[in-house]
Structure formats: C-alpha cells, structure tokens
Design a protein around this ligand. Structure first.
Ligand code: S3P
Length: 426
C-alpha cells in the first residue's frame, strides 16, 4: 500500500460506529493490567500496530493474555525479565510509559522502535527517572532508543515538568507507584488525564488538584481493570473535518470519549463555524458519547492555548483552516516538531504543494484559506499527515504516498472513507 488516489466527494450523511478505539487508552489498559491482582478485561481494544506492539510487550514481560478476538483478559504475577528486545514500533506512548513501568522492575529490559521512534527525544523521561535512581543507557546520553533499563529502587520525588505531556506525566506516575514515598508531579498545562482516571478507578491513591498530581506508592496490587475502550477522538476528527468541509454534509461519530482534554479540536472546529453537538451517553473511567458534525462556511481561527488538548488533531485541523476564510494562526506548538514527523514542516510543505499560502515559525505556522488544489503529498511515514491530506482530497482530489503508517492507529480508515468517496490504492 504505497499510493492512494482520492476523488472529490459530494454531499454525504453518515453515522459511523466503527471509528478506531482510542489509542492512548488501549496502550494504558494492557500496561496497567500488569499492576493488578486478578484478571483485567479489556473490550474494544485498538487492534492497530502501535497498541498490538504494547500487547506483545506485556506478553514478553510474563503476563498471561487470553484473547478471544472480542475481550482481552490479562493477568500477571509480576513483571518478568524478558528474553526478547521489547519493540514499541512507531509508538512514543508505548516507549515512554514502559520506561516508567520498567524502571523499578526486577531485571534488564531493552526498548526499541522503528527508525522514526529511534530518532525521537526520550531524555524527557529518562532524565527525571535517572534523577530518582533509575538506571538507563542509550545513545546520546539515554536520549535515543534503543534504551536499556536495569530496574532499581526509586526515590520519592517532586517534579515540576516544563512540558505539558501526558506521556511524561504517565511515565512519572507509573514510577511513583513504586517509589519509596509520596510523589508530586506538576505540569504547566493539564495534559490528557487517562492515566490518572484509570489508575484511580483501579484503586491507586492519586489526587489531582489542578496542575498538581500527588501519588502514593502502591502498598498492594491494584484492582483489575474492566474497561470498554471508547472510540478515539483523534481518529474521529478526520471524519469531522470531512463533514465540515464538504457542502451540505453531516456525520454522527458514535461512542467517542468526550474527555475534555481530548475534544478541544472539535471545539476549535466549532469556533470556526461548523455546527457540532455532543451527546453524553456513558461515564465509566471516561465520559463517552456521540459527536454530531454539520457542514458550514468556515472562518479562520487562532490556536495558542490548550495546545496539548489538540496537538494530535492539528494536522487535520489545518485542512479545515485551508478551507476557511482568512488566515489561521497556530502558536506555542513547538511540540509538533517532535511527533511522528516534524509536523510543522510536514503540514506546511503539504499545504504549499496544494497551493495554500502558509508561513512557518519555530513554534507554529499560519494558513491562509484558499482553493485547495490536487497534488502528490508524501506522508513522511506519519499516519496523521497521511490521513489529513487524504481528507483534503475530498475537496479537490489528491494523491498521497507512504500509507502503511495508517495501520499504526486506524487500520479501517479506508474502509470508512469508502462510504464517502472513491479511492484507488496501489
Ligand atoms: C499521548 C500523549 C501525547 C499525544 C500522543 C499520545 C498519550 O503526547 O501526542 O499521541 O497517550 O499519552 P505527548 O505526551 O508527547 O504530548
């Protein structure tokens, strides 16, 4: 699967109940099951490359996994030293959270990933972990994977993080559960909070007070996790943009997590003029429900706050910006440069190829809405870039190259897109 040719779409009206399950929650569910006394049960686990790699790692760490294709049951009697190198594939979440989970476990562990992940910064987790006694090694002073970990005892900490990152926060919370005293983690802006919600639901003593999270070490194993993973708002958002830019269209995205740290991009699209409604249906660990999106004429927007709440959706939101009246601005988003690709340049280069005027800054970019033109765009191995430009193709037709990365998060993306338009894949 190396090239997709997307044809322009005409108006559509759709309900989608098969959006890919949430990636962040799926990773966490299999990892946290290793901290429980008893069998955890996970329904609607994301069967995509990133999360299947985490499931494989959990097996390599000695967990007993019983998967009937519907419910995954996991039980563990403690983390065991693995025979295998632990391969996180393309996933920063996998690697950074496993660093926290394994830094206090008995044994030696080697974490690696694909060529993209082996180029992404890991010091943001290895340094604070080393500061409390963890033993890491890796290229560039433990900044680049492969990383080797020798489990050790960890000291209690007070850590004031300079970046709003759920991966760093989750890594440190996992370390704190095994530290020798109460730990405090503070972040500059609230990042997604699935780890806190899920671990508290399992009985961990975690207290969140604004930006400050206090964690008591586990004095016994946690209760098993019983979870149905909701649909992923980051995946759902591609289809929200599809409806918002296709005249007279509307879509219902079913069963999505409505956690406020995850749906900020939908709020941004609403500010741009799209007609969006949220219907809350359930609330176990996470509020979950349906999102209704209707086409409207879009206007430009400035995005400068709560960046971590919409960081993953900025590529798709940029396609909406390209279809809006006026110049949109994205600021304070330097984190985009260290995602699966340098997303500031992949977004800007892709839009430029489609005839859209942009300006690039260190911490963001501007997009001046105009007429999108059909082009050939390379995803640079980044799943969200690939899917965003395929959605742009609904306006004007598009060819997008390097598509295998889509399997890291949304394996049924094309199947769903075929409900909207014609696609040729070669
Ligand atoms: C994630 C956190 C975010 C996000 C990533 C998933 C998570 O990364 O971009 O796709 O599951 O914790 P950062 O923590 O680096 O901001």
């Amino acid at each position: 699967m190396s090239l997709a040719k997307v044809f322009p779409a005409s108006k559509f009206s759709l309900n989608i109940s098969e959006i890919a399950p949430d990636k962040s929650i799926s990773h966490r569910s299999v990892m946290f099951a290793m901290l429980a006394d008893g069998t955890s049960e996970i329904k609607n686990f994301l069967r995509a490359e990133d999360t299947l790699n985490s499931l494989e790692i959990v097996k390599n760490l000695g967990a007993k996994v019983d998967d009937d294709g519907d419910i995954i049951k996991i039980s563990s009697d403690g983390i065991k030293e693995p025979f295998e190198i632990l391969d996180c594939g393309n996933s920063g979440t996998g690697m950074r959270l496993f660093c926290g989970l394994l830094s206090s476990a008995n044994g030696h562990f080697v974490l690696t990933g694909d060529k993209y992940l082996r180029s992404r910064p890991m010091k943001r987790v290895t340094q604070p972990l080393r500061d409390i006694g963890a033993i890491f090694d890796g290229r560039d002073d433990s900044n680049l994977a492969p990383l080797s970990i020798r489990g050790s005892s960890l000291k209690a900490f007070t850590y004031d993080s300079k970046i709003a990152s759920a991966q760093v926060k989750s890594c440190m919370i996992l370390a704190a559960l095994r530290a020798d005293g109460e730990c405090v983690y503070t972040e500059p802006e609230l990042s997604r909070d699935h780890t806190e919600r899920m671990l508290k639901g399992m009985g961990a003593e975690i207290n969140v007070d604004g930006l400050k999270t206090t964690i008591k070490p586990m004095n016994k194993l946690l209760n098993p996790l019983k979870i149905r993973v909701p649909a992923d708002p980051s995946s759902a958002f591609f289809f929200a943009v599809a409806a918002a830019i296709t005249p007279d269209s509307n879509i219902v995205l079913e069963g999505v997590t409505l956690n406020e740290t995850r749906i900020e991009a939908f709020k941004a699209l609403e500010c741009m003029g799209a007609n969006i409604r949220y219907e809350n249906i359930d609330n176990k660990y996470e509020p979950t429900g349906n999102i209704y999106v209707k086409y409207a004429t879009l206007k430009a927007i400035t995005i400068e706050d709560k960046i971590s709440w919409l960081i993953d959706e900025l590529p798709a939101l940029s396609i909406a910006m390209a279809c809006a009246n006026g110049t949109s601005v994205v600021k304070n988003a330097e984190e985009l440069r260290v995602k699966e690709s340098d997303r500031i340049s992949t977004i800007v280069n892709g839009l430029n190829a489609c005839g859209i005027k942009t300006r690039e800054y260190n911490d963001g970019y501007t997009v001046t809405g105009g007429e999108l033109k059909s082009a050939l765009v390379n995803s640079e191995g980044d799943h969200r870039i690939a899917m965003s430009f395929i959605i742009a193709g609904l306006k004007c037709g598009m060819q997008v190259r390097d598509l295998d990365c889509i399997n890291t998060s949304f394996p049924n993306f094309f199947e769903l897109l075929k409900k909207i338009t014609k696609i040729e894949i070669s």
